[in-house]
Write a protein that binds this ligand. Sequence first.
Ligand SMILES: O=C(O)CCC(=O)C(=O)O
Length: 284
Amino acid sequence: MLDRIKVEEFEKNGFTIQNELISNDEVSEFLADVESICAGNTLAQHDKTRLEMEPNQPPDGTRVRRLYEPCTHYPRFRAFAESTKLLDCIEALLGPNLMLHYSKLNMKPPAIGSVVEWHQDLACYPLTNRDSLAVLVYLDDADIGNGCLKVIPGMQNGPLMNYTTGGFFQGRITEPVDESLAVPVEGKAGTAIFMHCMTPHTSAPNKSDRPRRTLILSYRTADAVPLYMRETTVGIEANARLVRGQVPSRARFTMTEFPIPHYRWKFASLYELQELSRASDQKK
Ligand SMILES: O=C(O)CCC(=O)C(=O)O
């Protein structure tokens, strides 16, 4: 459970940190599952329905970039997403009726772990209100060297930033970001960061010799209803489910307008969309 100070921090800064949300033993159990899920996959031959590989490696390279929806597919992750311990924390921040919105596990492997560019999560999945957050649980010690999360505090009540170039959604902020405001969130394995869906965040490529694996679970209040964005919404909603409380009878609107993300490319993940966007910038 998050104490009052943590809840106030979240409300003020758009994020709060809970050290030791999970024990070292739990971290080891998650990592053993991760190893076995990844085993046997290579860049040339891998299960595209379950995971994404780092692109910058030889065809027989085994470095995975992301596991898709671990909290749908694998029992230990699923149990954690629905655990009283975690849901009590989320309820303290979002209220009693909770949907698990999506989950992923970013692997950020040593030496080649990909960048995640500046974005606010809500830009990628429009909802009728802003009561949504991501919990990022470090499964390795994370610091600036291996690409820990960086956030800009206090932006959660402001507007969505700009994400378009030439009318198309780029999956990254396209207006200047004041990096001097960014705060690196370092933490030991087992640390959880509760981050509001409007908080701008990024993480650098992992140039170190250490992994930075992070389990990410996104929740929303059940009356935050997705705006229909064709395949993107259908894909995410396939795994969304009520995990506490009740499905309300009405959607709650606090967003009076929302920039429609018009997609120029097909992409499997935000990583790919951001890569396509960078490549298109370079062609100019
Ligand atoms: O893994 C990270 O550092 C950031 C995660 C994130 O924002 C994302 O995957 O969309």
